[in-house]
Design a protein around this ligand. Structure first.
Ligand code: ADP
Ligand code: MG
Length: 359
């Protein structure tokens, strides 16, 4: 269903995005070693990734790094190793073909279709080397890290170094990294830092943008048609205007109307309610770190767009803060994609979140 509120996996459920899908698939087929799939939250990165991995004939392993981090509070090598292995476990063809190579990896056991880490000697690099050997046979192996900026929490495991090694030496592997928090992802990868392992490495970037108003309208129309649900043109226009081309919100709006038989206003309120609860979880860490983040977001959401005005608002609400600390907080919000900076002005790029932050 076009309006399903989960990341899509099948081509038929993915609306539009032909160009981006083709770009991603061709980059893999060309043998690019590092591909980044970038864009704000809810634009459809995970969906696009799933569909591409499904369509491509190469074996692939996907790890949702954000989910892994929130589950284990760490992404050390055992955790990521476990996720990579469980991503392969149970897949008959893959395990049977890769078995020969995986069995040789220290600390990995293969029993039947189940792959496990069995000792402390386990090394991610060795696992990647084994997958590279398998990739030589299979044509290529794709390793996808969804929301890869969370790999920065690897502790002693330095994923930037591991990635650099793999990109330089393991020619049968393609890494696809997605990131909603684009600034944080680049901070972690450090392509521009001559001291960093990934300095100067080539990466092919696929960038997801929001839907245009025309595509948004078409998406809603098609989704309602698919569900045999009648809506007025004015309601569609209203939704397109308010949700500003963000597929995740458009889909959720449609889903609410169709599955709960809600009217336009009610469905909009549900979208807002859902956004509020998402913000609670998504931003809880940031808010726990400093209550100032909440106030800064509120200031920007209320329309204060200049550095000085935002700072004045924050000072009024929570007292003195020095310039450099304030800049850091604001910059972090930009890096995590909640705030956008354009021509010296700060805004909230997501209109639904803007409403949430305003309260
Ligand atoms: P991201 O990974 O960028 O945060 P997701 O892939 O999770 O985005 O998509 C967010 C929501 O929007 C999901 O419910 C998904 O089904 C929907 N969605 C995103 N892109 C599309 C699309 N092109 N067609 C249909 N639904 C989409
Ligand atoms: Mg995602």
């Amino acid at each position: 269903m076009l309006f399903s509120p989960y990341p899509k996996t099948k081509r038929e459920e993915l609306f539009d995005r032909e160009r981006e899908l083709k770009e991603l698939e061709e980059a893999v087929k060309r043998g690019e070693r590092l591909i980044l799939l970038l864009g704000l939250r809810r634009l459809g990165k995970s969906s696009l990734l799933n569909v591409a991995l499904n369509e491509l004939t190469y074996p692939s392993i996907k790890v949702d790094v954000r989910k892994t981090y929130s589950e284990f509070s760490s992404v050390n090598r055992y955790v990521i190793g476990k996720m990579l292995l469980s991503g392969m476990s149970g897949r008959k063809k893959l395990v049977e073909e890769a078995k020969l190579f995986l069995e040789r990896v220290k600390g990995v056991s293969v029993s039947g279709l189940k792959l496990e880490i069995t000792s402390k000697d386990f090394s991610i690099t060795e696992l990647l080397e084994a997958l590279n050997e398998y990739g030589e046979k299979a044509g290529r192996v794709i390793i996808a890290f969804d929301e890869a900026q969370y790999l920065r929490f690897g502790g002693a495991t330095r994923y930037d170094g591991i990635l650099a090694y793999a990109i330089d030496n393991l020619e049968n592997l393609t890494f696809i990294l997605t990131g909603s928090e684009v600034g944080l992802l680049f901070d972690f990868l450090k392509f521009d830092n001559p001291e960093a392992p990934l300095f100067g490495r080539y990466h092919h970037d696929v960038i997801l943008d929001r839907f245009s108003p025309e595509i948004s309208t078409e998406f809603l129309r098609k989704g309602f048609e698919e569900a045999n649900f009648k809506v007025s043109r004015r309601e569609i226009e209203g939704a397109v205007g308010e949700l500003d081309g963000i597929p995740g919100w458009l889909a959720l709006y449609g889903y609410m109307r169709v599955t709960r038989d809600l009217g336009h206003e009610e469905a909009m309120n549900e979208v807002l309610r859902e956004a509020k609860s998402l913000v609670q979880t998504e931003l809880s860490r940031l808010f726990a770190y400093s209550p100032r983040y909440r106030v800064i977001l509120k200031a920007v959401a209320l329309g204060y767009s200049r550095w000085k005005d935002i700072k004045d608002y924050l000072t009024l609400k929570l007292g003195y803060i020095n310039d450099s600390n304030f800049s850091k907080l604001l910059e972090n919000l930009v890096k995590s994609g909640y705030v956008e900076k354009k021509e010296g002005k700060y805004t909230i790029p997501d209109p639904v979140l803007q409403k949430v932050f305003r309260e």
